[in-house]
Ligand binder design. Structure first.
Ligand SMILES: Cc1cc2nc3c(=O)[nH]c(=O)nc-3n(C[C@H](O)[C@H](O)[C@H](O)COP(=O)(O)O)c2cc1C
Length: 253
């Protein structure tokens, strides 16, 4: 679980919710001291790693929201975004220097050069993400960027990837390309909306079943056997759908 700093629940309560690995994820909303206090609070509560999202210097233009006249009531009072905008490699270095033993992850790395810089600053994890495509529209997709990140990281940090992973086959492809972990954003929300906690469990079960099927059909019995020889580049054959930015209007969503 990657627990967001904008969740309404207390981070100390969430960490008690299960035995799996838990990462605390921060949006920077204050100065160095504010960030350091969040690191202390999360690590003191028992989180395994600390992730800072770095692809949201400014709030994105969300055209579905605009088209539907949807205004998030909780955003109108939001403050501190200027601290996120000002967060630089030097800011990260200052945090890292204060907490040399904390496993830091930078989320929103979008090219090999930034992965190299992140490594230089001593990150434990490089999180390849374009925020589900809803920050900078028309950027490169995570799957397109992942290979150059893997090349840059050279096995010296964990590599996490997300962005429209919706099928077991998608996850297997990411692992073939060298990712250690695959993140899910929207997908588990669909399960949650359909059937609460049981719906999320079902999403994960379906993904597991699909992964086993595709691995069986590839003729492998372990994720460790997967490598990039199992994938080749394809080209889109389908029309834009619910996961695409356009068309926005007239398709019932
Ligand atoms: C409901 C929702 C809330 C999110 N909140 C955060 C957040 O607080 N911090 C963050 O770094 N990313 C957040 N994201 C982005 C996800 O972490 C992730 O990068 C993205 O959704 C992955 O793409 P996917 O939705 O296609 O799986 C959120 C995504 C969703 C769907």
């Amino acid at each position: 679980m990657l627990i967001s700093s904008v969740t309404t629940l207390k981070l100390e309560d969430i960490v008690k919710g299960g035995d799996g690995p838990k990462i605390y994820q921060l949006y920077v909303r204050g100065d160095d001291k504010w960030v350091a206090d969040r690191v202390k609070q999360a690590m003191g509560a028992g989180y395994d790693a600390f992730c800072i999202t770095v692809d949201t210097a400014v709030y994105s233009r969300r055209e579905r929201d605009i088209a539907k006249r949807f205004v998030k009531s909780w955003r109108t009072a939001a403050t501190g975004q200027d601290h996120q905008a000002a967060f630089s490699w030097d800011s990260f270095k200052r945090v890292k220097d204060q907490f040399p033993d904390v496993k830091f992850i930078l989320k929103g790395i979008g090219c090999g050069e930034d992965a190299e810089l992140a490594l230089k600053e001593g990150v434990w994890g490089v999180y390849c993400s374009n925020h589900g495509g809803r920050q900078l529209d028309h950027g490169r997709g995570s799957a397109a960027v992942l290979p150059e990140i893997i090349t840059a990281v050279k096995g010296k940090a964990k590599v996490i990837v997300d962005g429209s992973f919706s099928r077991g086959t998608d996850i297997v492809k990411a692992i073939c390309l060298g990712a250690d972990w695959v993140g899910l954003g929207r997908l588990y929300c669909y399960g949650l909306a359909a059937n609460g906690a049981a719906g999320i469990e079902r999403v994960v079960e379906l993904l597991e079943e699909e992964m086993k099927e595709v691995m069986g059909l590839l003729g492998v019995s372990s994720l460790k056997q997967l490598d990039k020889s199992y994938v080749s580049q394809g080209f889109p054959t389908n029309l834009p759908g619910v996961h695409s930015a356009f068309p926005l209007i007239g398709e019932g969503y």
